[in-house]
Design a protein around this ligand. Structure first.
Ligand SMILES: *[C@@H]1O[C@H](CO)[C@@H](O)[C@H](O)[C@H]1NC(C)=O
Ligand SMILES: *[C@@H]1O[C@H](CO)[C@@H](O)[C@H](O)[C@H]1NC(C)=O
Ligand SMILES: *[C@@H]1O[C@H](CO)[C@@H](O)[C@H](O)[C@H]1NC(C)=O
Ligand SMILES: *[C@@H]1O[C@H](CO)[C@@H](O)[C@H](O)[C@H]1NC(C)=O
Ligand SMILES: *[C@@H]1O[C@H](CO)[C@@H](O)[C@H](O)[C@H]1NC(C)=O
Ligand SMILES: *[C@@H]1O[C@H](CO)[C@@H](O)[C@H](O)[C@H]1NC(C)=O
Length: 473
């Protein structure tokens, strides 16, 4: 259907600048009055091919206040009523020339209408409510409906409307209270509002159930914070249900009989039962449906997601640790001097990481800082490394054995042995209290200091075995 050029132009303009329509002034007085529009365009379109009983009241020989399904208002907000029949001006059709008289609502539910929605509905500048549910209206929702300057309640439910919903419908966003299109054959994905982050602050009722809408869950709906009813049931929506839905304070929700999958968002403690989600993809899970974990029904994608999540966590922790460790730089590369230097600030100003301390039974009180800041004194040098007697800041004394550089190079083969040593408790062995591995690979075995025994004697056998074990790998 080709539009006359001026109208096409103005529509193009409005599509490009949707906000313009929101603030556009009322139509100039030269435009047809609401009464003219009703008689010449709207009535013929709505009634279709067959004469309609209710619409026949829209007739110049009938007093205006008796036209069925219409509510009128003067610009001073006085309604037009039939109660005051003695006042001739209320019934005189010279009213039709009165620009201050405007149509407030059009309500003809169950009226046997079998035509189509005329685009002139969008020209009724004061029309706030359009209720035409339970009729046999066919065709599409005209995009001009979105250019109406006052429309806030729309119910076109249970008709035969098809095609897609025009994007222009969101031009009404700021004043829209209800949009009910339940029970038609509308299709395609739900259009996004042209203005990003639209919140449609008055919008409370969105009922699109029993249509043929498809595509992903229309996530922009989760920004409509005032929404109380959301019915998307019995459509062809698919994909996951966004987390943001849990942020709405919905009183009624119906997402049943679509093809939604994935994990349900948290919608509040037992607020909605399983029937709200029934008839979706068997992959849909989470309370109040079956649990997503430990069930054979969980998709491999979900499992992969969980594993990837855990691995990511480990990698993040590991890189944090590495970053911490690398931040610390040692001053001295000499094994023998190293320990005595530890008490001083390092070159990086001491703001970095220090390495890793593994604590065993009896060593729980040790901290990394304490061990590294202990002032040591060489007591023995052996082929396997150097033994220190070290004083802790709190006055305690420990014995440290620094392994020779190069021994036990491969940390991953060392650690299991170290852990094993850490668990061994025997009267003839000095128990290992902790193990330290520095960022450059330095390794310290930390023992209790026993002044009246030669540490070397006691350790030698065990360490030999330990070091041989490491070198053997
Ligand atoms: C208006 O009603 C009169 C009689 O009530 C009828 O003759 C006339 O055809 C009607 N006009 C329209 C436009 O329906
Ligand atoms: C009613 O309107 C007609 C024109 O439609 C006019 O001639 C007539 O004077 C009006 N009557 C009253 C009482 O206003
Ligand atoms: C809408 O329905 C009409 C018949 O009522 C049909 O001719 C038309 O092709 C349909 N349009 C769409 C987009 O399905
Ligand atoms: C929309 O919201 C997102 C995040 O909430 C923000 O980054 C973006 O700038 C917003 N866009 C506009 C046009 O406000
Ligand atoms: C949800 O919608 C389905 C399909 O339209 C309907 O059968 C069911 O009764 C509705 N449930 C609720 C709780 O409204
Ligand atoms: C539902 O979605 C799945 C993908 O999640 C798809 O494989 C399947 O074909 C869809 N079913 C229907 C009936 O659209």
């Amino acid at each position: 259907m080709a539009l006359p050029t001026p109208l096409s132009l103005s529509i193009t303009f409005l599509v490009i600048f949707p906000t313009f329509t929101l603030s556009s002034p009322p139509p100039p007085s030269s435009s047809p009055s609401d009464i003219d529009l009703l008689l010449t365009k709207i009535k013929p379109s709505l009634q279709g091919k067959t004469e309609n009983l209710l619409l026949s009241s829209w007739n110049t020989s009938v007093p205006l206040c008796q036209w069925r399904g219409l509510k009128w208002v003067f610009s001073n907000a006085t309604p037009l009523l039939c109660t005051d029949l003695s006042s001739p001006q209320w019934t005189n059709l010279s009213l039709s020339k009165d620009p201050s008289l405007q149509l407030l609502s059009l309500q003809l539910p169950s009226a046997g209408l079998s035509g189509t929605l005329p685009r002139e509905l969008g020209e009724l500048s004061s029309l706030q409510s359009l209720y035409l549910s339970v009729n046999s209206l066919s065709g599409t929702v005209p995009l001009e409906l979105g250019y109406s300057s006052s429309l806030s309640n729309i119910d076109l439910g249970d008709n035969l409307l098809n095609g897609s919903l025009p994007t222009s419908i969101w031009n009404l966003c700021d004043r829209l209270v209800s949009l009910r299109l339940h029970g038609n054959s509308l299709s395609g994905s739900l259009p996004e509002p042209a203005l990003p982050n639209s919140t449609c602050n008055s919008f409370q009722f969105l009922d699109l159930g029993h249509n043929k809408f498809s595509g992903d869950f229309p996530e922009f709906i989760t920004r409509f914070r005032s929404l109380r009813l959301l019915d998307l049931a019995n459509n062809l929506f698919s994909g996951s249900i966004p987390e943001g839905l849990g942020g709405l304070n919905l009183e009624k929700l119906n997402l049943s009989y679509n093809n939604f999958s994935g994990v349900l968002p948290n919608l509040g403690e037992s607020k909605f039962g399983a029937e709200v989600f029934e008839g979706n993809n068997p992959g849909l899970c989470g309370s109040p449906l079956r649990s997503c974990r430990g069930s054979s029904g969980v998709s491999s994608g979900a499992i992969a997601g969980i594993i990837i999540g855990i691995l990511t966590g480990i990698v993040v922790l590991a890189s944090l640790l590495i970053g911490y460790v690398q931040g610390r730089k040692r001053k001295n590369r000499e094994d023998d001097e190293e320990l005595e230097e530890e008490g001083e600030e390092d070159e990086n100003g001491g703001c970095g990481g220090e390495g890793k301390l593994i604590l065993f039974q009896g060593g729980e009180h040790l901290t990394l800082e304490e061990v590294l800041n202990a002032t040591g004194q060489v007591t023995e040098k052996t082929s396997y490394g150097t033994i220190y007697k070290a004083k802790l800041a709190d006055g305690g004394t420990i014995a440290l054995r620094l392994l020779r550089e190069g021994s036990c190079k491969d940390g991953s083969s060392c650690l299991p042995v170290i852990r094993q040593l850490g668990r061994v408790r025997h009267e003839n062995l000095i128990p290992l209290r902790a193990f330290y591995q520095g960022k450059r690979g330095e390794k310290l075995l930390i023992y209790d200091y026993l002044p009246n025994r030669t540490l070397h004697d006691l350790l030698h056998g065990m360490l030999s075995c330990f070091i041989l074990f490491c070198f053997a790998n």
